[in-house]
Design a protein around this ligand. Structure first.
Ligand SMILES: *Cc1c(COP(=O)(O)O)cnc(C)c1O
Length: 234
């Protein structure tokens, strides 16, 4: 049995050290515990140990666990199909994975039906990996402007990226740095529904590198809950 509490403490220590190295405050970096494949019971242990925010990458898992998990902020961090937006629109506090206008339009529509404003991040694929979702850096600004213009029920809170896997996280720092540059640039756009506060970058194996490149929201699963076992159902 993984000791979730100890693991969270370790992640928080590393987070603080990385922030200090970058001349920043540990409190400026939000830890989102990634709970995919984990049971509600395990998630509740994480919440008892201090997690305030959790991330899931599948709509189905959010729906299955939602009623059994203690009050917490849910983040949708995985690829989201337009036809599933309706199931999570009133459950999550932020959607990190918006990478097309079509998806934003659907989020806008469903948010309107629930009379809420949804916080989103634009997912940028700065390494231009074919296998990954996310919009290219060239198209990011156009997507932001289109969403601001046409989606009154969406507030854009920042950017998200998933870096390619590298044995040595220092090798992928350039991809984080590139998204940080865009974050600083687009964060200055003057609009009532653009309020950049989150740069979501960094997972278990690369969050220290990401923090040093400016991340202020890290999505950490394995380092908290242990290796995932996809063979057993949840
Ligand atoms: C699974 C996942 C994570 C966490 O990955 P770990 O390596 O377990 O920390 C972060 N972000 C996204 C989008 C994920 O799907």
């Amino acid at each position: 049995m993984e000791n979730i509490k100890t693991n969270i403490e370790k992640v928080n220590e590393k987070k603080a050290a990385a922030a200090a190295k970058a001349g920043r405050n540990a409190d400026d970096v939000l830890l989102v515990g990634v709970t995919k494949t984990r049971t509600a019971e395990e998630i509740n242990k994480g919440i008892d140990a201090g997690l305030t925010d959790i991330g899931e990458n599948k709509v189905q898992e959010i729906m299955d666990k939602y009623d059994f998990v203690k009050p917490v902020k849910w983040h949708m961090i995985g690829h989201l199909q337009t036809n599933k937006v309706k199931y999570i629109i009133d459950k999550v506090s932020m959607i990190h994975s918006v990478d097309s206008y079509k998806l934003a339009e659907e989020i806008n529509k469903r948010a309107g039906q629930h009379q809420l404003t949804m916080d989103i991040l634009i997912q940028v694929n700065s390494a231009q990996e074919e296998s990954k979702f996310g919009i290219s850096t060239d198209e990011t600004e156009e997507l932001i402007r289109r969403v601001l213009e046409n989606c009154p029920n969406i507030r854009i809170r920042g950017l998200m990226c998933i870096a390619p896997f590298a044995e040595d996280p220092d090798d992928i720092r350039v991809y984080f740095a590139e998204v940080k540059k865009l974050y600083d640039q687009y964060g200055t756009i003057e609009h009532e529904r653009l309020d950049f506060q989150y740069l979501s970058m960094g997972m278990s194996h690369d969050f220290e590198a990401a923090i040093q490149e400016g991340s202020n929201l890290i999505r950490v699963g394995t380092a908290i809950f242990g290796e995932r076992d996809y063979s057993k159902k949840n």
